[in-house]
Write a protein of this length. Structure first.
Ligand SMILES: CC(C)(COP(=O)(O)OP(=O)(O)OC[C@H]1O[C@@H](n2cnc3c(N)ncnc32)[C@H](O)[C@@H]1OP(=O)(O)O)[C@@H](O)C(=O)NCCC(=O)NCCSC(=O)c1ccc(O)cc1
Length: 143
């Protein structure tokens, strides 16, 4: 089942004409990813401080469909598309007023914050991610 959340598109996320500035979208997206992990029971503060696990992005493919505007309420849908040894493939769909503004294919990797190398997903995190795996079109990241 996909994770859903909303974010306001604020004055500071937009250019002077009120059109969303895409680097702001990326900052918002990181917060959504953080909330997704929190919803699974793994707040990033605890992951980072207690378990020394980071979740850096290694690939991000964005497609912009129509502009967002200051004051829009952004509806985020985050789907888990694949879980590898240490990688996680996500698909994001971002809409406002019922219309898709942009989508993204996103790969993050579990890493050790001590060695800065990849780390196989620990069993408890893998189990939580697997509970969100979309079976339609699911794939192994290695394929
Ligand atoms: C993530 C890495 C440590 C992995 O390197 P290694 O330890 O050598 O592992 P591997 O090369 O074996 O790859 C591990 C997995 O990542 C996958 N991978 C690694 N790089 C890629 C790329 N470029 N594309 C696709 N898949 C990749 C690979 O397929 C492996 O998947 P699994 O089979 O599922 O395990 C290294 O690639 C790296 O440091 N990359 C740079 C990451 C980065 O700086 N991203 C920029 C954004 S920073 C960021 O988002 C961030 C978030 C949160 C924070 O607290 C800090 C920063």
């Amino acid at each position: 089942m996909a994770f859903k959340t909303t974010r306001p598109l604020r004055f500071g996320d937009c250019d002077p004409s009120g059109i969303a500035y895409f680097p702001s979208y990326l900052n918002i997206l990181v917060g959504v990813l953080e909330d997704f992990f929190g919803s699974l029971g793994f707040p990033w503060k605890a992951l980072v401080n207690d378990r020394r696990i980071g979740v850096p992005t290694v690939r991000l493919d964005l497609t912009f469909v129509r502009p967002g505007f200051q004051g829009d309420e952004l509806d985020f849908v985050v789907a888990v598309r694949g879980i590898g040894r240490s990688s996680l493939d996500l698909e994001h769909q971002v809409s406002a007023n019922g219309q898709v503004l942009w989508t993204a294919r996103h790969r993050v990797v579990s890493t050790s914050l001590d060695t800065h190398q990849s780390l196989a997903w620990p069993d408890d995190i893998r189990a939580a991610l697997t509970s969100h795996l979309e079976m339609t079109d699911a794939h192994h990241p290695a394929t």
